[in-house]
Ligand binder design. Structure first.
Ligand code: MN3
Length: 217
């Protein structure tokens, strides 16, 4: 659950209200994911792009009388809310999720229950990677590719446009994300330019499989 800090808004005595969200710190240094993702990309992505989603989400929420206890709750009913809440709420959730999925010296193949679940759903880790890479490559323009647990409790690969995600009621594929990759150009252009496939390929060297296991629950 991504909880906001409700102190500031509570102090304004606004009822009903939603939490005020803040930029979470990265769990590693900006240069920690080199050479796969460069320091400047990480710094701009976190301090400019992600910060802007947080700032604009809080602004959009301040213009409503919405009451929600968490970002997940907001995303679950985003069809009835403004495009600004959809785009920036998705942006804040997706990036908060994404940073934790990576770590220095990550990657390799998953073990334990993640490996079992992937093998059961996709046949092998190699087949899973192939299908996930296809989802990441076929997303036209900006968006995300996901591994999620769907409503039937099964692992599934999907992609969403812009900052949408499977937690949103507007998503074609709904469920609980366990792994995801940002394929917006801002995630890779400084180092990889138009070569999205090279970025996606390098990203596999960073996966924090312990976090994926925690997401799987
Ligand atoms: Mn991004």
């Amino acid at each position: 659950m991504i909880m906001g800090n409700s102190t500031a808004r509570a102090a304004e005595n606004l009822v009903p209200h939603t939490p005020e969200f803040t930029l979470p710190p990265l769990p590693y240094a900006y240069d920690a994911l080199e050479p796969h993702i460069d320091k400047m990309t990480m710094e701009i992505h976190h301090t400019k792009h992600h910060q802007a989603y947080v700032t604009n989400l809080n602004k959009a929420l301040s213009e409503t009388t919405l009451h929600a206890d968490s970002l997940e709750e907001i995303l679950s009913k985003v069809s009835g809310l403004s495009p600004a809440i959809r785009n920036n709420g998705g942006g804040h959730w997706n990036h908060s999720f994404f940073w934790k999925l990576m770590k220095p010296n990550g990657g390799g193949a998953p073990a334990g229950k993640v490996a079992e679940a992937i093998n059961q759903a996709f046949g092998s880790f190699a087949d899973f990677q192939k299908q996930f890479n296809e989802a990441a490559m076929k997303r036209f323009g900006s968006g995300w590719a996901w591994l999620l647990v769907n409503g039937d409790g099964k692992l599934q690969i999907a992609s969403t446009p812009n900052q949408d995600n499977p937690l949103m009621d507007v998503s074609d594929t709904k469920g609980k994300p366990v792994l995801g990759i940002d394929v917006w150009e801002h995630a890779y252009y400084l180092k990889y330019q138009n070569k999205r496939a090279d970025y996606v390929g390098a990203w596999w060297n960073l996966i924090n499989w312990d976090q994926v296991a925690a997401n799987l629950g």
